[in-house]
Design a protein around this ligand. Structure first.
Ligand code: COI
Length: 358
């Protein structure tokens, strides 16, 4: 979609109401190079978004040493507002993922300040229609040209940004998920809790099989005996069973989602019974069969709160909440998206306005 016409400030012309996810990129990007032998992180630069020039031996292309993040900027009530949702959590997770992938971490203050500068530069790209935002993708890649397996000594950190609407083709309507007991996403001791490309590459084969059967996403089970629920890959997963909100506990194989954490906090503060624990797939099936399964929904930055209308497990299909959006998912979606754009009070101080110059 790089050929869309631009207005006089360089913004591509598109219909905000029809925005999908991740095809349009803003005019500028941030880059910071790193050299282990030449002073660490270099001076950040904001440049026109352009193709990268990499040696074909660059280590990212062979061994996948990489970390990324995803967060969103929103327009607010005031013209100058640029609202970020819990960016400190994304930055902390980025650095934790970097440690796991043997990549040098980034000073959180520099990360935040330079990301804010980029946002102010491309502020005209932040869409304003309901349900839209500017998706921010910080990424770091290994760029040594070297064919032996070892951590790279040089890296490129960059941030690109994309005006987006809903992540799933269903928009904010319920999605169908397929539980796989054939493929696995992550193992204990592996990289499942790091936000790194390998986890997403590993998910593609099963996801394609699920798409062919009419399902939007795969629900992964634990790798050892495939008895308990992990996550969806593009989002964490929640169940409402007998009025209890349950999500798999973090244990190294699941991404510690920022929206997951926000959902847990909101549900607890609304007085709901909330548990982070091991959830067996058999218990979910039993709850569905005995009408105790009231809702399933996913949570993620891209997906926000995404209701699940059906799931398939061992060739059997189960409908959830009469195939509609459940009350808790609806309420959480409204609450989180309301806080994100300052239409609802933010008692937690989650929203950070970087619109004005420091
Ligand atoms: C996000 O929710 O930001 C993610 O990184 C998930 C990705 C599949 C879009």
């Amino acid at each position: 979609m790089g050929t869309l016409p631009r207005n006089k400030t360089g913004v591509q012309q598109y219909d905000e109401a029809k925005l999908g996810f991740g095809d349009i990129f803003t005019e500028h990007m941030l880059t910071i190079k790193y050299s282990a032998t030449d002073g660490g992180w270099e001076t950040p630069q904001i440049v026109k978004t352009e193709n990268l020039s990499l040696h074909p031996g660059a280590m990212i292309l062979h061994y996948g040493q990489q970390v990324f993040e995803g967060l969103k900027a929103f327009a607010g009530p005031e013209d100058e507002d640029i609202l970020l949702f819990r960016p400190d959590m994304n930055i902390a997770r980025f650095n934790k993922s970097c440690e796991r992938m043997c990549i040098p971490t980034m000073d959180p203050k520099i990360f935040m300040a330079r990301m804010a500068e980029l946002l102010r530069k491309d502020r005209d790209w932040i869409p304003r229609a309901a349900g839209t935002s500017l998706y921010i993708r910080p990424t770091v890649i290994a760029i040594d040209s070297h064919l032996g397996v070892r951590p790279s000594k040089t890296y490129l950190f960059y941030i690109i940004m994309s005006p987006v609407g809903a992540y799933y083709p269903e928009g904010f309507e319920p999605v169908k998920i397929m539980v796989t007991d054939k493929y696995v996403r992550a193992v204990i001791g592996g990289v499942g809790e790091a936000k790194t490309a390998a986890n997403y590459a590993a998910s593609l084969y099963a996801a394609e099989a699920a798409h062919r059967e009419g399902f939007t996403q795969v629900l992964w089970l634990n790798a050892v005996d495939k008895s308990s629920i992990e996550e969806v890959g593009t989002m964490n997963i929640f169940f409402r069973i007998n009025d209890e909100i349950i999500t798999p506990k973090l244990g190294g194989t699941i991404l510690p989602g920022v929206t997951r954490d926000s959902v847990l906090r909101l549900c607890r503060d609304k007085g709901m019974k909330v548990s982070e624990k091991v959830i067996s797939i058999n218990d979910v099936v039993s709850a569905a069969q005995s009408d105790k399964l009231q809702e399933i929904f996913g949570s993620g930055t891209a997906a926000v709160v995404s209701p699940v209308s059906h799931f398939r497990y061992k060739e059997q299909d189960y409908m959830v909440a009469d195939g509609k959006t459940g009350a808790v998912a609806r309420d959480l979606f409204d609450e989180i998206t309301g806080i994100q754009v300052s239409k609802k009070p933010d008692p937690y101080g989650w929203v950070c306005n970087v619109g004005l110059h420091p």
